[in-house]
Design a protein around this ligand. Structure first.
Ligand SMILES: [Zn+2]
Length: 337
């Protein structure tokens, strides 16, 4: 029986461990590729060696999504092995940005996001330079990838892994499913202890201009709950079963967070009914406290994703005050005309 080996890699990020999975088969395959550090490379190399394989012998790398703790070693591993690299086409842009130009474009998008969400001017430059430093250290752009659409099958000696497109955590997030055996490689879409952030999407998706991360994420979870999964192999942490219970917990978490954000907006209303609206920065501050660096981006992202869904449900509406977007609750007792 072909085994899927879990390799737990050390990471310098807050989540200090990340998994990749090695399948020693006629086409030796790596699923996800750790962080771009010497330590992470050592962890992958020695774990593959223990199974009797080599990094040089890898034939393909399948990436569950384009976050730096999952794609970091791709360039180095491909240089050594010549492996083919697969990622969903909606994460291609994140994966392929190259050099200083790509980085500047990305930072400018984040700057616009910070301005729109109401981040005080005094915080913007400092936060952007810490995020740029993080990108410079851990991202190495890679564009020689084969794009996936979902539905593809990767064959191994005695099982197949089907690509399932599960957008939300990122637009191009995928899971890999062995339909016969029930094994489900979930990337960061379904984790046992950690609540995956549906991250705000700053790149434009030609195929889906009205992409809303949280809405996509919740429908991906619904789709996953219906699958006959027996064992989940996640992007962080150990394997687990009972995926439906975990999906239920995540639904509850997002429902509660949505209620809380709606309440923050209602509490910000002056008793007279006049209000200046609530920025995403204020919402993130009330929920998470004072955030810095990449955590500020993640907190704002969380606020925006929930506000987008509340707006689509017709419970809140937004307006621009100069360059800043503010949100207001829709009052049930308002009569039009
Ligand atoms: Zn991720």
């Amino acid at each position: 029986m072909t085994k899927i080996h879990r390799i737990e890699i050390r990471s310098p990020f807050v989540l200090d461990r990340v998994n990749c999975y090695y399948i020693k088969d006629s086409t030796p395959t790596l699923i996800d590729a750790g962080v771009n550090t010497a330590q992470s490379f050592q962890d992958v190399e020695s774990a593959i060696k223990e199974t009797g394989g080599t990094v040089e012998g890898l034939g393909r790398i399948i990436l569950t999504h384009a976050h730096s703790d999952h794609i970091g070693l791709v360039t180095r591993i491909v240089e050594l092995s010549g492996a083919e690299v697969f990622i969903h086409k909606w994460d291609f842009e994140k994966m392929s940005h190259e050099g200083e130009h790509g980085l500047i474009r990305r930072i400018e998008k984040i700057r616009r996001f910070f301005i729109e969400t109401g981040v005080p001017e005094s915080m913007i430059e400092k936060t952007l330079s810490s995020i740029a430093e993080r990108f410079r250290t851990f991202y190495s752009g890679f564009s020689a990838v084969k794009p996936l659409e979902g539905g593809e099958l990767f064959s191994f000696h005695d099982f197949c892994l089907e690509v399932l497109h599960t957008p939300g955590h990122t637009p191009g997030s995928i899971c890999l499913f062995d339909r016969k055996g029930g094994t489900f490689l979930s990337g960061d879409t379904l984790l046992k202890k950690i609540t995956s952030n549906p991250l705000v999407e700053l790149d434009t998706l030609a195929e889906k201009p009205a992409y809303r991360s949280l809405e996509q994420y919740l429908s991906s979870l619904e789709f996953i709950a219906a699958l006959p999964v027996t064992k989940v192999l996640p992007g962080h942490g150990g394997p687990f079963s009972n995926h439906r219970k975990r999906v239920e917990e995540l639904f509850t978490h997002h429902r509660e967070r949505m209620d809380k954000i709606f309440q923050i907006l209602k509490d910000s209303e002056a008793p007279s009914g006049s209000t200046s609206g609530t920025t995403m920065f204020r919402v993130a501050n009330i929920i998470f406290g004072c955030l810095e660096g990449i955590d500020l981006f993640l907190g704002l992202s969380e606020a925006q994703c929930h506000l987008e869904v509340l707006e689509k449900k017709g419970l809140v509406f937004s307006a621009k005050q100069g360059a800043i977007k503010v949100y207001y609750p829709v009052k049930a007792d308002v009569s039009i005309g």
